[in-house]
Design a protein around this ligand. Structure first.
Ligand code: ZN
Length: 425
């Protein structure tokens, strides 16, 4: 049984390569969210040919959706002749900006040896292609399967997923009564199972002051100095406290196994001038200073405590520092998510990895987040992991590539997973 499927997948090697190249050649840059409709049309044509019922779904009204940049998603479903579970492969179709430093055409799908190059090759069009080939090979080998296979291509993962998986989950497409197992083929490596990700909280903190002439700063109140006191409190109290907190989640790399915080930006005082302005700055005491923080928190931490810790520091400054005024505004919040190791999708993928490679799967968790958060929190579906080909460290980098052997191996694992979940024993 395995041999039939494996040889079918081997026969499709050229198709796997061509499919990956063609997906790379549709430049689905996000932001702003280009060519979502084009990639959905392409996937619809392909999947309809293999017997999938396809729905194109526009996330009307979602953040980022506009007539110029509509948020199109595709949901393809192939029902088996007998009842059973639904296995869903979810891939995001968007890619991040190209950036500098490329030596290959970022949208050419160039092949060199075992590698296919291009923006999105690894994150995650290679994974999308692998899941499609796995499903098609499985359908040809086992037309009598039980249950259903779904493949979705969704928008906006790189900008939070609100026009993609979050919207689809709100519409009920990830309800556990219609979907039972979800695999997200993000580039975690062909023998690793990603159980989930840390949480995140982005916020803007603003300190206030009073504008005055810069030669007489005592007549005003400097918002930048107030912010200096905030950063100092972070250095003295917050960062050391966070460094003491470790998670039981197998987050990679090791440095992300503790609570972390990045200060994304800081700005105080007069707005920066255009490059064509050649004059001097005016001398004013700044009356506002803003920072944006990106706090990544652990599944063992509670959001209220994470925010409360920052607010307590700010309140402490307010109590001891004359004229200290601040405001804090939430920008985004990501719930941490972790699927249990004994969940059916986890044990099944682990068995499939053992079948294909003859070794045990490694379990990892992601330092940043991906669409699992929406499937977990909005869809209330806990049986979800990330599993797919590609080297995570290449994501978003110049000369991004995906390995052809790596994709083939993952395709075999995905095919094995379908056999285990959709063929009644
Ligand atoms: Zn991704």
């Amino acid at each position: 049984m395995h041999q039939d499927l494996d040889s079918r997948i081997a026969d499709k090697r050229a198709d796997l390569i061509a499919l990956t190249q063609e997906l790379i050649r549709i430049p689905t840059l996000n932001p702003p969210g280009e060519n979502y409709r084009a990639i959905c049309d392409y996937l619809q044509t392909r999947l309809a040919r293999h017997g999938f019922d396809c729905q194109l779904l526009r996330a009307t009204g979602a953040p980022g959706d506009s007539d110029r940049y509509p948020r199109w998603n595709i949901l393809a479903r192939r029902e088996g002749p007998r009842p059973g579970d639904c296995v869903h492969f979810n891939s995001h179709t968007d890619v991040v900006e190209v950036g500098h430093g490329w030596t290959r055409d970022p949208f050419g799908g160039e092949i060199d040896g075992d590698r296919i190059y291009g923006r999105g090759s690894c994150d995650m069009k290679g994974g999308l292609a692998a899941s499609i080939i796995a499903a098609e090979a499985f359908l040809e080998t086992h037309p009598d399967f039980a249950g259903a296979i779904e493949i979705s291509g969704t928008a906006d993962e790189e900008s939070g997923g609100y026009g993609g998986v979050a919207w689809m989950a709100e519409q009920g497409y990830f309800n556990p009564d219609r979907v039972q197992h979800v695999i997200i083929p993000e580039p975690l490596g062909h023998d690793r199972i990603c159980l989930g990700h840390r949480g995140g909280w982005w916020a803007e903190i603003e300190t206030r002051g009073e504008i005055a002439h810069g030669s007489m700063p005592f007549l005003g109140d400097c918002a930048v100095r107030h912010m200096g006191a905030v950063l100092d409190a972070f250095e003295r109290e917050l960062f050391p406290a966070m460094a003491q907190r470790f998670t039981e989640m197998p987050v990679i790399p090791d440095g992300a196994r503790q609570s972390t915080m990045n200060i994304n930006s800081i700005h105080g005082g007069m707005a920066e001038q255009d490059v064509d302005y050649t004059g001097l700055p005016a001398c004013c005491v700044p009356d506002s200073c803003r920072i944006v923080i990106d706090r990544r928190y652990l599944i063992e931490e509670r959001f209220d405590d994470v925010k409360g810790e920052v607010v307590a520091l700010l309140e402490g400054l307010k109590a001891e520092r004359p004229r200290f005024e601040y405001e804090i505004r939430d920008i985004n919040r990501i719930t941490p998510s972790m699927t249990e190791r004994d969940a059916p999708v986890v044990t099944t993928v682990a068995e499939a990895i053992r079948d294909v490679f003859g070794r045990e799967a490694a379990y990892v968790a992601s330092p940043g987040s991906y669409d699992q958060k929406h499937i977990d929190r909005i869809g209330r579906l806990k049986n979800c992991i990330a599993y797919g080909p590609g080297v995570l460290e290449l994501a978003h980098k110049p000369d991004e590539w995906v390995g052809i052997e790596d994709m083939s191996s993952s395709t075999r694992v995905m095919g094995r997973v379908l056999q285990r979940l959709l063929l009644p024993q």
